[in-house]
Write a protein that binds this ligand. Structure first.
Ligand code: AMP
Length: 228
């Protein structure tokens, strides 16, 4: 049975890493709008060049283009059996659009995990973040002073700093999160979809919490479909 999950959280709260774990452990397909924009940018598509202006300022790409891009991605067949959305929705309009898209595709939103991390820790994490140019795994400059990916599967690809991880842009992204995305926490709480997850701790510790929360949602969802 398909299960559609949203991961909510500030930039740097670990959504991407945790979405990868959910994909590995539960088979939910990881869809990240930030990755879709970065992929468009690398290919220098019109969408990518438009998005770059907003991304470099730490602002949100306009809703209409973001929603169209997401719809295109969710219409692909690989996500039919369940997905985990990372970095979407970020506005109330995007949340409404998500409901419409899932309904059109015969699905629905089953749960929203809010990964909570204090702002001070976010700034610290993002200002030292380095990303592997091949596998996109994130590392921290202080804790892992390598210049090549240490995971051993990328054949020495280099680590780079994302342009929007500069301190000024990090602060702008956090401000954008509190102003535009944080209201979604209440929205989903009222709808009974929200599960709060403590995002402080090692990747493995947080992964235990997120996988556990999604497994609970899976049981609840199958119970409610049996009784309806
Ligand atoms: P992320 O990788 O999720 O931190 O996203 C990087 C940047 O891409 C954000 O700061 C935004 O400029 C843009 N972006 C990603 N997802 C969205 C979205 N759902 N709505 C608007 N802009 C987005």
């Amino acid at each position: 049975m398909s299960l559609n999950i949203v991961l909510l959280g500030a930039p740097g709260s670990g959504k991407g890493t945790q979405a990868d774990r959910l994909q590995e452990r539960l088979g939910l397909i990881h869809v990240a709008t930030g990755d879709l924009f970065r992929d468009n940018l690398a290919r220098e598509t019109r969408l990518g060049l438009l998005a770059r202006e907003y991304m470099n300022r730490g602002e949100l790409v306009p809703d209409d283009v973001t929603v169209d891009m997401l719809r295109g991605r969710l219409e692909q067949s690989d996500v039919r059996d369940g997905l985990v959305l990372d970095g979407y929705p970020r506005t109330l309009a995007q949340a409404e659009a998500l409901d419409r898209i899932l309904k059109d595709l015969g699905g629905r939103l089953d749960g929203v995990l809010y990964i909570k991390v204090p702002d001070d820790e976010i700034v610290d994490r993002l200002s030292g973040r380095l990303i592997c140019s091949e596998c996109q795994a994130p590392f921290h400059r202080r804790r892992l002073p390598f210049v090549t990916c240490p995971l051993g599967r990328c054949q020495g690809e280099y680590l780079y700093e994302r342009e929007d991880d500069q301190p000024r842009t990090v602060r702008a992204r956090l401000k954008t999160f509190h102003a535009r995305t944080a209201p979604l926490i209440e929205l989903y709480r009222r709808r009974g979809l929200l599960v709060e997850v403590d995002g402080v701790g090692s990747v493995e510790e947080v992964a235990e919490r997120t996988v556990g929360a999604v497994e609970c949602l899976r049981v609840q969802t199958s119970d409610s479909s049996l009784s309806s």
